[in-house]
Design a protein around this ligand. Structure first.
Ligand SMILES: [Fe+2]
Length: 176
């Protein structure tokens, strides 16, 4: 489960405190139990299309609820791993640059870990996401992303437009 490192250095680990802190900053966070997945779907790095569909089916109710509530029209699965993602360092170089998007950046972490660093309400804080965490970084929020030392994350991405999400590095183009 996620934890939050605030600018002051204090760390929030209690699920209720995490939810309240993120809600106060306009960030949606939920926990979806990843242990309902068979090991192969949860930890496999080379899932074929039917396995990916099966993984998504396991969370169909949650995905449908969010799609209905926030207008997500598509989703996919991304797997980043030091051994199987040949251009991982290039990808991370881009993710680590501060940027925002014109749509929400929504991720459900199936396995592995990552760190979103967000600036909301004038405060910069880091959300380390773990298996089971669903986070929605609101559109227009300046943020960056990196992996932890495990250099591995498997996540479901939800999109609000057909084009998917595009990184905008120029802060002056901020939409909110
Ligand atoms: Fe992003």
């Amino acid at each position: 489960m996620a934890y939050i490192t605030r600018e002051s250095g204090s760390v929030l680990r209690d699920p209720g405190a995490i939810k309240n802190f993120l809600a106060d900053h306009g960030v949606l966070w939920e926990y979806w139990a990843p242990e309902i997945l068979p090991d192969r779907l949860r930890t496999g790095l080379d899932l074929n299309d039917s396995e990916k569909e099966e993984l998504l089916r396991q969370f169909q109710n949650e995905l449908d609820r969010l799609a209905h509530e926030f207008g997500y029209i598509s989703h996919d699965i991304i797997i980043l791993h030091a051994d199987t993602t040949p251009n991982l360092d290039d990808l991370l170089t881009n993710f680590q640059k501060e940027h925002h998007h014109s749509e929400d950046e929504v991720r459900f972490i199936v396995d592995g870990e990552g760190i979103f660093t967000l600036t909301r309400n004038g405060e910069r804080f880091a959300v380390t996401v773990m298996p089971g965490d669903l986070i929605s970084v609101p559109r227009g929020t300046r943020h960056c992303f990196t992996l932890t030392n495990s250099r591995y994350v498997k996540a479901v991405r939800l999109f609000q437009t057909k084009e998917g999400w595009v990184a905008i590095y120029d802060a002056s183009q901020q939409v909110s």
